[in-house]
Ligand binder design. Structure first.
Ligand SMILES: C[S@@+](CC[C@H](N)C(=O)[O-])C[C@H]1O[C@@H](n2cnc3c(N)ncnc32)[C@H](O)[C@@H]1O
Length: 339
C-alpha cells in the first residue's frame, strides 16, 4: 500500500529508523520496503511514517509502496476517505466542524486497529493566557483516567498531559527537538512558558540546569510529574506564576531562554534581557504575517537590549503555517553583553 515514507540509503537505515522511532514517527502498521531493481548495497529503504509533517527537514519524505504488517484496518479503510487526525498517546485529536462527520470519523477511528482510548474534537480556539482549548469527547473507551488525559512519547521522553487543563501540541515535536539539540551540558536554561515540560525536560536530560515557569498550576503539576517520570527532577526548578516574578532571583543567570508563547512572547523581551547572562541564546516564538514574520521579535529584543547587549540573529525559523498568510516562527538570537 502506498504510504508516506522516509527514503534513506541502506547504510543509514537503522540509525534513521531509530531516530524516527524516538520521535514516535515510525508507522508500526506497515513494514519497511526495499527499492526494487537496484543492486542490494545501493538499494534505498523506505521507512513508513505516521506524520510526514513532523519528520525532521534533513530527511526525504516520499510516497512509496510498503507492506501492511497484518491486514490492519485504518480509519481511511472504513471511511473511504483519509481523515485528518493527530495522535497524542492513546488519545486521538480531530478538528472537524461538521458534527455528523466528526462522529463518523470518531467511530471509524475506534473501529480501526489503531490503539485508541478516546477521541476528542477541537471545540474552541486556544484561549487566553493558558492557551488551553475546549474539547468535545467523541468517544471514550472508559478507564479511570479522564478521556482528555494521556501519556505521550516524544523523542524518547514521556509526557503526562491533560489537554483539557494545559496546552500541549504534538505537532511541535520536531521544533522542540531542534532547540534541545543545541543545549550544552552545564548551561543555565530558563523556559519562561514551560507548559508540561516538553522543552524543559529534554533540556535537563541534555545536562542543562533548568528553571521552568508557568502561570497554570496544572501545567507545573504535570511538569513536576514528568520530570520524575523522565529521571531529571534534580536538574529542574519550577515556578508557578507570572514569569516576571523570577527576574530578581534569576537576573543575569541564563545562557538560554525559551519563549514559547506565540502572539505575546515579544512583550516579555524586557524580562528576557533581565534574565540574560553575559552571552545568552534566545528562542523567541511568534505568529506574524508572512510578509515580515521576524521583525516584531527582532525589534522587541533590540529595543529591550538597548545599549546593554548586542543582538545577533542566529536563525530565522518558520515552524509551521498557522493560518492563511500567517506563520508560526521562531527567532533564534544571541544577546552579548556590551562591556
Ligand atoms: C503555548 S503554551 C507553551 C507550553 C510549552 N512550552 C509547550 O511547548 O508545550 C504557553 C504557556 O505559557 C503559560 N503562560 C502564559 N503567560 C504566562 C506568564 N506571564 N508567565 C508564565 N507562564 C505563562 C501558559 O499557561 C501556557 O502553559
Amino acid at each position: 500500500m502506498e504510504r508516506p515514507c522516509v527514503a534513506v540509503a541502506r547504510e543509514d537505515g537503522e540509525a534513521t529508523r531509530q531516530r524516527l522511532a524516538e520521535a514516535d514517527l515510525v508507522d508500526q502498521e506497515y513494514g519497511i520496503a526495499v527499492e526494487d531493481g537496484a543492486a542490494d548495497e545501493d538499494a534505498k529503504l523506505f521507512i513508513p511514517v505516521t506524520d510526514p509533517d513532523a519528520v525532521p527537514g534533513d530527511l526525504d519524505v516520499v510516497r512509496h509502496d510498503v507492506p501492511a504488517r497484518t491486514p490492519q484496518r485504518t480509519p481511511a479503510d472504513l471511511l473511504g476517505f483519509e481523515p485528518t487526525y493527530e495522535r497524542l498517546g492513546d488519545v486521538v485529536l480531530v478538528d472537524e466542524d461538521d458534527p455528523e462527520r466528526a462522529d463518523e470519523i470518531a467511530e471509524a477511528i475506534v473501529e480501526s486497529d489503531i490503539p485508541v482510548r478516546s477521541v476528542l474534537n477541537r471545540d474552541s480556539k486556544v484561549k487566553g493566557e493558558t492557551r488551553v482549548r475546549d474539547w468535545a469527547v467523541l468517544a471514550d473507551e472508559g478507564e479511570q483516567r479522564p478521556p482528555t488525559e494521556t501519556v505521550h512519547r516524544e523523542y524518547g521522553h514521556e509526557f503526562a498531559v491533560d489537554v483539557a487543563e494545559v496546552y500541549f501540541s504534538p505537532r511541535l515535536a520536531t521544533e522542540r527537538h531542534r532547540v534541545v539539540e543545541q543545549v550544552e551540558p552545564g548551561e543555565h536554561a530558563l523556559d519562561m512558558f514551560a507548559g508540561v515540560g516538553p522543552y524543559a525536560i529534554p533540556m535537563a536530560d541534555a545536562g542543562a540546569e533548568v528553571v521552568a515557569g508557568d502561570l497554570t498550576p496544572d501545567a507545573i503539576r504535570y511538569l513536576e510529574e514528568n520530570a520524575e517520570r523522565n529521571g531529571v527532577a534534580d536538574r529542574i526548578t519550577t515556578h508557578v506564576g507570572d514569569v516576571r516574578e523570577l527576574t530578581d532571583e534569576y537576573e543575569n543567570w541564563a545562557d538560554r531562554l525559551v519563549m514559547n508563547l506565540p502572539h505575546t512572547a515579544a512583550e516579555f523581551a524586557d524580562t528576557a534581557v533581565a534574565f540574560a547572562g553575559d552571552s545568552c541564546v534566545v528562542h523567541l516564538y511568534d505568529i506574524q504575517h508572512e510578509d515580515a514574520p521576524f521583525e516584531r521579535a527582532r525589534s522587541a529584543l533590540e529595543d529591550a537590549a538597548g545599549d546593554q547587549y548586542e543582538v545577533t540573529t542566529l536563525e530565522e525559523r518558520v515552524v509551521r503555517s498557522y493560518a492563511p498568510h500567517e506563520l508560526n516562527v521562531c527567532l533564534d538570537a544571541r544577546l552579548d553583553r556590551i562591556d
